[in-house]
Design a protein around this ligand. Structure first.
Ligand code: 9MR
Length: 600
């Protein structure tokens, strides 16, 4: 590993200072409710060469805006608001202030004519702390080990869930492991605001994190998350991944290769600390989706870990093959929780992740197994699967496979070049459509282009769109895609209809009451930092009291709101990919190489 201890200590203290000062202790004058303040902008700040845009919601033209340099109290820029052709989903008129010309690092405030203002930073190091915190979040989610003060500061806590005595649920009983058999499956991350561990959702999370590493290996090798394994020679992002791989390994039944759908309590635990959440935990039914996701993850892990730990990598590959074999023999075992509850006891009512379509998991597993082995049986499946683009989600993982195949083109058969081109064209076309749509909505962000994007975990839709855009940039070199990915970052950090930065601890108005047991159990502390909450979800499945029913405003910062304000590993993973990917690319590019004019 390139970084040394001193760098690590510095990174950590900067991160702690940053997480504390920007989040919980933001000066009162900067705080205002979303209704009072009509200015919507990235609340963490801007790199010197980045596009800088604020969106202002107002019925009549606010006229001009002023950018004040707070170090001199002088106006650094005066400009005219531009009217947006497009209204917001609510139907409000919106205006844009473009102050990209401000490139000198410093602290500024934008003021619009009615006296409303928002403070912001310009600087080249603004994303360092966030990049690490988005991954450090996974450390905070670890089961089965104490989270120590040296690594976690004020968020240190005792270990929760040893998970060494898990009962085989009656839905998962087999001849070798009858109901009630005690098995062990420690470690891994808590899925989300709850304490259960779900294989399907771990699948996309792991694929996303390993792909992030594969795209930016030098960058990740040079960073330190200040976790217990930081000194062990493996990049920290892979140490974090391995902590979850250790758990996943135990989710496979060694007798037949099948993988249990989840490790869970029967009901959700209360909002208590993990060491006080001690209900019985079960392994429930093996299923095709979980088993194929497992096969894909293990095959990818075999490839990614091979240079560091070849023997372990060989084990991962064996596990992947055994899982694939089980799925070949059991190609359509869906996890249908309601049906299972009619047959088996106790009833299981935790997260279902019930996926009834397996062609996408089948493809992803085939893709990763092909890259790991080069065997033609997998290539045949790859060649006969549709190539049109679909944004990845836990229920649709097909494009995780295509991302891996495109990024490892050197391992594909030579004669597949036209096929590769078709796949790449589909990806680039989807990114082009998104980039274009992004210029045609009030918030100038990809996700805001269609109310249908606002599903449960909409912020992960935005983050996954960001990954698509980064991939399109990698393939084409077209900087428009990079800008569009930055627009997605701006969206998540405040340029959105709610006026929240959706990341705990990073921004001016951030979630204070996420649906997150680890945070809720310690109300005396600021929320654990670096977590992306789910975001606007007009489904409002939690029945909480929302300020609005409009798709992009359906968000409430209340612990009650698991449908808009929960956190989850499959949301933080694409977020970490986007933030770190942008950070890696932006650090490579000369920040002064911009076509914007200097404001001074
Ligand atoms: O993210 C999941 C979302 O896509 C589903 O619609 C929803 C209902 O099944 O579940 C979400 O996942 C939750 C899981 O079931 C339990 N842990 C918390 C997850 C995030 O809310």
């Amino acid at each position: 590993m390139i970084s040394n201890t001193r760098t690590k200590a510095l990174t950590f203290s900067l991160w702690m200072a940053f997480a504390g000062s920007v989040g919980a202790d933001a000066p009162a004058e900067k705080l205002s409710t979303t209704t009072e303040n009509p200015i919507r902008m990235n609340q963490l700040g801007f790199l010197p060469a980045a596009n800088k845009l604020a969106v202002v919601l107002a019925d009549s033209n606010p006229g001009t805006f002023v950018i004040w340099d707070l170090s001199t109290d002088e106006a650094a820029l005066r400009g005219r608001m531009q009217a947006s052709k497009e209204k917001t989903l609510r139907g409000t008129q919106s205006w844009r202030a473009d102050f990209s010309a401000i490139q000198t690092p410093g602290t500024y405030a934008i003021e619009i004519s009615e006296g409303q203002r928002e403070v912001f930073q310009v600087g080249s190091g603004l994303y360092d702390a966030l990049a690490d915190a988005s991954l450090k979040a996974f450390y905070f989610q670890r089961a089965s080990m104490p989270i120590e003060e040296h690594y976690a500061g004020i968020w240190a806590r005792p270990a929760g869930h040893a998970d060494d005595k898990i009962l085989i649920h009656s839905s998962a009983a087999s001849a070798e492991r009858p109901a009630g058999t005690v098995v062990s499956a420690p470690k891994g991350w808590y899925d989300a605001g709850d304490y259960n561990k779900y294989v399907v959702n771990s699948g996309i999370t792991m694929g996303t994190l390993m792909s992030a590493y594969e795209r930016f290996p030098e960058y990740f090798s040079a960073r330190s998350l200040n976790i217990p394994e930081s000194e062990n020679g493996l990049p920290d992002i892979l140490d974090e991944v391995r902590y979850n791989l250790d758990w996943l390994t135990d989710m496979q039944d060694p007798n037949d290769g099948g993988v249990y759908h989840k490790l869970t309590t029967a009901n959700f635990e209360g909002m208590v600390a993990p060491h006080l959440a001690t209900k019985t935990r079960y392994m429930v039914q093996k299923g095709t989706a979980a088993t194929l996701d497992f096969a894909a993850v293990m095959a990818q892990a075999a490839r990614v870990f091979a240079p560091f730990e070849p023997r372990q990598a060989a084990h991962y590959l064996n596990s992947a093959r055994a899982a694939w074999q089980w799925a070949e023999e059991n190609p359509a075992v869906a996890y249908r929780q309601d049906q299972l509850n009619q047959q088996f006891d106790p009833d299981i009512v935790t997260g279902a992740y019930g996926d009834k379509h397996f062609t996408d998991e089948h493809f992803w597993a085939a893709a990763e197994l092909f890259l790991a082995t080069g065997e033609p049986q997998y290539w045949k499946i790859i060649r006969t699967t549709p190539t049109e683009y679909a944004l990845p989600s836990w229920g649709d993982v097909r494009w995780l496979g295509y991302y891996s195949l495109l990024a490892n083109a050197g391992k594909l058969p030579k004669e597949s070049t036209p096929w590769q081109k078709r796949v790449a064209d589909n990806l680039v076309q989807a990114a082009l459509d998104l980039t274009l749509a992004s210029t045609r909505n009030a918030y100038r962000s990809p996700i805001s282009s269609d109310p249908k994007h606002f599903v449960w975990g909409s912020n992960s839709v935005a983050a996954n769109q960001g990954i698509l855009l980064l991939e399109a940039f990698r393939i084409t070199g077209n900087a428009d895609f990079l800008r569009s990915a930055e627009d997605t970052r701006d969206y998540l950090l405040g340029r959105n209809a709610t006026g929240y930065s959706f990341v705990t601890g990073f921004g001016i108005r951030t979630p204070q009451h996420p649906h997150h047991r680890l945070t809720a159990a310690r109300p005396e502390l600021p929320p654990l930092p670096g977590f992306l909450v789910g975001g606007p979800n007009p489904g409002q499945h939690d029945g909480c009291n929302y300020p609005s029913d409009i798709a992009d405003e359906s968000f409430v910062d209340h612990v009650c709101s698991f449908a808009s304000n929960e956190i989850a590993i499959n949301w933080n993973a694409p977020f970490a990919y986007l933030i770190n990917g942008l950070h890696a690319l932006e650090s490579q590019h000369d920040q002064t190489d911009s076509d914007s004019e200097d404001a001074h």
